[in-house]
Design a protein around this ligand. Structure first.
Ligand code: C2O
Ligand code: CU
Length: 459
């Protein structure tokens, strides 16, 4: 059945109500004010992502220079010595249309080698930014990345060398690839979340896990964003944290898509877990004050007790009401379980040793799995460790066939998939791109600790 979004909403919920403010934490839980007599500290405005300067006026090309250099970052109202591209934190927003060509000249002004990986954006192997493929760009050197963006969605970029440290220091940004056939929003917001240890002397060390984290949005703590009442908003969420999990309350929002953009009809769900590296696209109408919240969630056990934390407030100005655009997308069902497995990855390790393995191997001492170009590949990932792992594949996105034997309700395409404790997930992809593609856990200390392997698609 095909129906408009409004009809779909009405059918699903019996109402077309806009966002509400139910269950929001009161200000005392997040403000830093002292005794009752002090006025509460004003909340910061949401910093908007700043687009990269396009050096090529031609249509269909976005060409930018990224100078990676040590920079003083403003994070949560504090100055932090980090790394940035062009002095910007978060890094420049790369916004393109489907079919455009992205060209980025990396200019390394750091005192250490670096690379750029285009997480989820479908770069070819020569542009993948992994040291396995090409020697990282040395200090003082340049390298040009260039490739066409072939599908719409919300992706990101970050170094893939000394990754945990360089990402932690601030080297990352968002890629938005637009498709004019997707539902139009009045306000389209890129929101990059990062987590910072609350009681840690080294602000770069995101060592704390689960519900103990302090989250920033585009570098600001608990910001407010004003917008005209009745605005239709599209929120593009990216979890850029090294280890922290978000469990976003999506009760009053529609989910447009996940890692690989809008693929099916939007749907509703109460909560969306975003592990490190994950993205989600959400849509809603802001008639009233709306608080975006995360529930406590730990990589050591999933949902935990406790009140939700406010991440961001959308504050309407004036009066007005809006309606969601009517819009249809295909209703795609999951591919039928083929009943065979081509590659199995078992994830093992423990926090004590810092030793994290795939099939008992520690990267780079790994066995390379080989598959033929053009074939359909079935991958089974088994988590045999007492920790979640967001499993990320380069080169191809995965269709999720099942999680612990249960197929998803609709076709689900991810490049980063959280694999819960002792869970087994079955994935499928079509091997359309030759190359030696990294497969790894996106908890970056786990990846650096060895939880990474290579899948070779033969020419
Ligand atoms: Cu976002 Cu292999 O990485
Ligand atoms: Cu992991």
């Amino acid at each position: 059945m095909r129906c408009s979004l409004l009809l779909l909403l009405a059918a699903c919920t019996g109402s077309t109500e806009a966002l509400t403010t139910a269950d929001t934490p009161d200000d005392s839980s997040v403000s830093e004010s002292g005794p009752d007599t002090d006025p509460p500290a004003p909340r910061p405005a949401l910093p908007l992502l700043v687009a990269a300067t396009d050096e090529d006026p031609a249509e269909g090309v976005l060409e930018a220079t990224f100078r990676a250099a040590p920079t003083t970052l403003q994070v949560g109202g504090e100055a932090i010595e980090g790394f940035a591209y062009n002095g910007q934190y978060p890094g420049p927003l790369l916004e393109l249309d489907v079919g455009d060509t992205l060209t980025v000249h990396l200019d390394n002004a750091l005192d250490t080698p670096t690379t750029i990986h285009w997480h989820g954006a479908g770069a070819p192997y020569e542009m993948d930014g992994v040291p396995w493929q090409r020697t990282p760009t040395a200090p003082g050197e340049q390298f040009t990345y260039t490739f066409p963006v072939e599908r719409s969605g919300t992706f990101w970029y970050h170094p893939h060398f000394d990754t945990a440290r360089q990402v932690d220091l601030g080297l990352y940004g968002m890629i938005v690839v637009n498709d004019p056939s997707e539902p139009a929003a009045d306000v389209d917001l890129g929101l990059i979340f990062d987590s910072w240890g609350e009681s840690n002397d080294d602000p770069h060390d995101h060592g704390l896990e689960g519900s103990e984290l302090l989250w920033t949005v585009n570098g600001a703590l608990d910001p407010v964003h004003e917008l005209p009442a009745g605005s239709v908003v599209r929120l593009r969420l990216l979890n850029a944290s090294n280890t922290g999990y978000l469990a976003i309350d999506t009760t009053d929002l529609l989910v447009l898509g996940t890692d690989q953009g809008v693929r099916t009809q939007p749907w509703q769900t109460d909560r969306m877990v975003l592990g490190p590296g994950d993205r989600a696209e959400l849509m809603g109408v802001v008639d009233d004050v709306f608080h975006l919240q995360t529930h406590p969630y730990s990589l050591h056990g999933g949902a935990t007790w406790g009140d939700p934390t406010r991440l961001l407030t959308l504050q309407p100005t004036g009066s007005g009401t809006g309606t969601l655009p009517s819009w249809t997308a295909p209703e795609l069902l999951p591919t039928e379980e083929p009943g065979r497995t081509d590659i199995t990855y078992t994830l093992q390790g423990n926090s004590e040793g810092g030793d994290w393995r795939i099939n008992l191997e520690v990267f780079p001492e790994v066995t390379i799995a080989e598959v033929a170009l053009g074939g359909d590949v079935i991958v089974e990932v088994r988590n045999l460790s007492p920790t979640h792992h967001p499993f990320h594949g380069h080169g191809h996105a995965y269709e999720v066939l099942s999680i612990d034997g249960v197929a998803p309700e609709r076709r689900r395409i991810e490049d980063t998939l959280d694999v819960g404790i002792y869970q087994t997930v079955r994935l499928r992809f079509e091997a359309t791109r030759a190359g030696d593609w990294m497969q790894h856990c996106h908890i970056l200390p786990h990846a650096d600790g060895g939880m990474m392997t290579v899948l070779r698609v033969l020419e």
